[in-house]
Design a protein around this ligand. Structure first.
Ligand SMILES: Cc1cc2nc3c(=O)[nH]c(=O)nc-3n(C[C@H](O)[C@H](O)[C@H](O)COP(=O)(O)O)c2cc1C
Length: 181
């Protein structure tokens, strides 16, 4: 698939199943992520790959930290990592730098997530970028080995889509792009 095709036609897939990308494909996906622009080359990102039984542990961490209000809500939290065979947790570990504020370090991590999601699409798989309460919870960050002050930029759920690809939304370029003079 050529680069413009992948960039213009990627869509998110909320329903994902096995197979996850092969180890070889995953290496290509990680390399695409790691070529994101990064002011000061700070490498402020870390990516945790969660698959197999580790997804059940992640669901337990969600339920232990998010105070579910009912058994139904707890079950939803426990099961949420099982919505895909593999999850990439993208985290910004902020570095002190006189010219690179925190927001730019989140931007760099987000660009890496997007590079990965486009690479995933180009390789014939799909993904969905999710956040939700789990991304902003200090206990969850700490249980995953990060500091409360680090930022979970996204949980990228990855696998093979079970539904036909959604129609790519029409974008009217003039609505968003204007020549300023
Ligand atoms: C930072 C960020 C967080 C997101 N969090 C969620 C989320 O928690 N749940 C969700 O359904 N979609 C979330 N999305 C949106 C989906 O990833 C996806 O973009 C959306 O479903 C539209 O699909 P499309 O990417 O194919 O246009 C998030 C997107 C971004 C950039």
């Amino acid at each position: 698939m050529d680069a413009l095709d992948a960039l213009q036609n990627r869509t998110a897939s909320p329903r994902l199943t096995e197979p996850a990308p092969s180890e070889q494909d995953l290496q290509e996906i990680y390399k695409a992520g790691l070529r994101a622009p990064d002011h000061g080359m700070l490498r402020p990102w870390q990516f945790l790959v969660v698959r197999g039984e580790a997804r059940t542990k992640l669901g337990q961490i969600f339920a232990d930290n998010l105070n579910p209000g009912s058994e139904e809500e707890k079950a939803k939290m426990l099961n949420s990592p099982l919505r895909a065979p593999l999850i990439i947790v993208a985290v910004t570990e902020f570095r002190e730098h006189p010219k690179v504020p925190a927001v730019e370090q989140v931007c760099a991590t987000a660009a890496a997530v997007q590079n990965m999601s486009v690479a995933i699409h180009a390789l014939g798989y799909s993904s969905i970028w999710r956040t939700g309460k789990a991304a902003f919870n200090a206990g969850i960050k700490e249980a995953l080995g990060f500091k409360a002050s680090d930022e979970i930029v996204g949980f990228l759920y990855v696998g093979t889509p079970t539904l036909a690809q959604r129609t790519v939304p029409e974008n009217n370029v003039e609505d968003y792009v204007k020549v300023w003079s």
